[in-house]
Design a protein around this ligand. Structure first.
Ligand code: UD1
Length: 379
């Protein structure tokens, strides 16, 4: 007997498609609602109707945009669980396409929630994709002190001085794992949209008594990751460079740290939250809990690819970048017993295999660096 019926918006995408596999394997029926954005799906191998070939054939498919008249309401037929992952996801792009981003991210959430509040349905649980970008800078402390700090973004003058760390007076602040209660300081329209849509789902979910969890994803990586669009993460970019015998180009001094989480750990977090019967309305981090510097990523990838190529440290700043942010992953474990399982080196090895076999492992760094410079987005 089916465990329930999950509607996965964005289910043809990088994270959504892995979630679809896991849900089907765990005994759910699945419907995918996806508009197959060319930016995301342009490079994947697709069938005659435009669906990526990796998408599980056992899922029911609806092609369309949540904003299309009536589409969400009809997609909800028989649905008991909602996983909302569809979004416009280019952080930089969001700053020039404010109307589109706000429509696709915030207004789409409004449409979904209004349908849920006005029409009869069977939805009993929701999980929505949020992002670490809503934090802005991560959490810090003065070395030796227990007091946690949430400093603002570094200012222009500091960055022009190539002074990369955050300070309190003369002291360099020490980054610590970021917890969900850190104040939110979204620094892009994408991040503002994600914060708003998280709040919208949590507040309407609470009012309708539908348990809802917003998952704040850190830097997800893995197979099916789009390789040439603006939200391609640093690891895939570095692999393309190394495969083309070029040094990875490192912004700042390369000591900035992030939290790289395997896409299957992310997909399992969604599945676990949907399967749980906890009556909660909460936001939870989804990371690996491990902080890794950009230099370490470049070195690890060169080692795994057996390339004797050192990264090129540019000592330049990419506008909008934060310095350090990595997850405190305790809340997801406390509430749901969910912990990430994948090893970083093994995961990076899989990413390398995926990039090497994907259709176009082209190195687009030169073009994207020129574009960043033209738009004055590197300093
Ligand atoms: C951003 C978003 C995040 C999103 C992620 C992946 C923010 C704060 N975060 O994260 O929501 O999930 O993209 O799409 O907006 N770097 C280099 N060389 C390169 C590329 C990147 O040194 O060629 C550095 C960047 O300067 C940054 C780090 O690598 O310090 C990580 O960059 P990236 O992979 O783009 O992700 P974030 O900016 O952390």
């Amino acid at each position: 007997m089916s465990k329930g019926h999950v509607l996965v918006t964005g289910g043809a995408g990088f994270i959504g498609s892995h979630l679809v596999d896991i849900l089907l394997a765990r005994g759910f029926d699945v419907t995918v609602l996806d508009c197959l954005l060319p930016q995301v799906h342009g490079e994947a191998e697709c069938d005659g109707e435009g669906w990526p070939v990796y998408l599980n054939p056992a899922a029911r498919r609806i092609r369309g945009n949540i904003l299309d008249d009536g589409i969400f309401e009809s997609a909800l037929s028989g649905v008991t669980h909602l996983a909302h992952l569809a979004a416009s996801v280019g952080v930089g792009q969001s700053m020039a396409n404010i109307v589109d981003y706000t429509r696709n991210n915030t207004m789409a959430a409004a449409v979904m929630l209004e349908v849920l509040s006005r029409t009869p349905h069977k939805v009993e649980r929701m999980a929505v994709a949020s992002s670490m970008s809503i934090y802005g800078e991560g959490e810090y402390r003065v070395p030796g002190s227990d007091r946690r700090l949430a400093p603002p973004l570094r200012d222009h003058a500091q960055l022009l001085d190539h002074d990369w760390e955050l300070h309190a007076g003369d002291v360099d602040l020490e980054p610590v794992p970021t917890t969900e209660d850190k104040i939110l300081q979204p620094a892009s329209i994408y991040a503002v949209n994600k914060r708003d849509h998280e709040d919208m789902f949590l507040s309407v979910g609470r009012a309708l008594r539908i348990p809802t969890v917003a998952l704040r994803l850190f830097n997800a990586y893995g197979s099916r990751q789009a390789l040439s669009n603006p939200y391609t993460g640093v690891a895939a970019i570095f692999i393309s460079r190394l495969l083309n015998d070029q040094p990875p180009l490192v912004f700042e001094d390369g000591r900035q740290r992030r939290d790289f989480v395997h896409v299957l750990d992310v997909a399992e977090a969604f599945a676990g939250v949907l399967e749980s019967d906890k009556q909660v309305w909460e936001a939870c981090n989804v990371g690996s809990g491990r902080a890794i510097s950009v230099n370490e990523i470049a070195q690890t990838l060169a080692r795994l690819l057996r390339k004797n190529i050192a990264p090129k440290v540019l000592n330049q700043y990419r506008v909008g970048d934060i310095r350090h942010c990595f997850a405190d992953i305790g809340k997801l474990e406390r509430l749901f017993g969910i912990r990430p399982k994948r090893d970083f080196d093994l995961g990076m090895g899989e990413l390398i295999d995926w990039v090497s076999t994907a259709r176009r492992p082209l190195d687009r760094s030169a073009a994207s660096m020129a574009e960043l410079a033209n738009n004055r987005l590197v300093i």
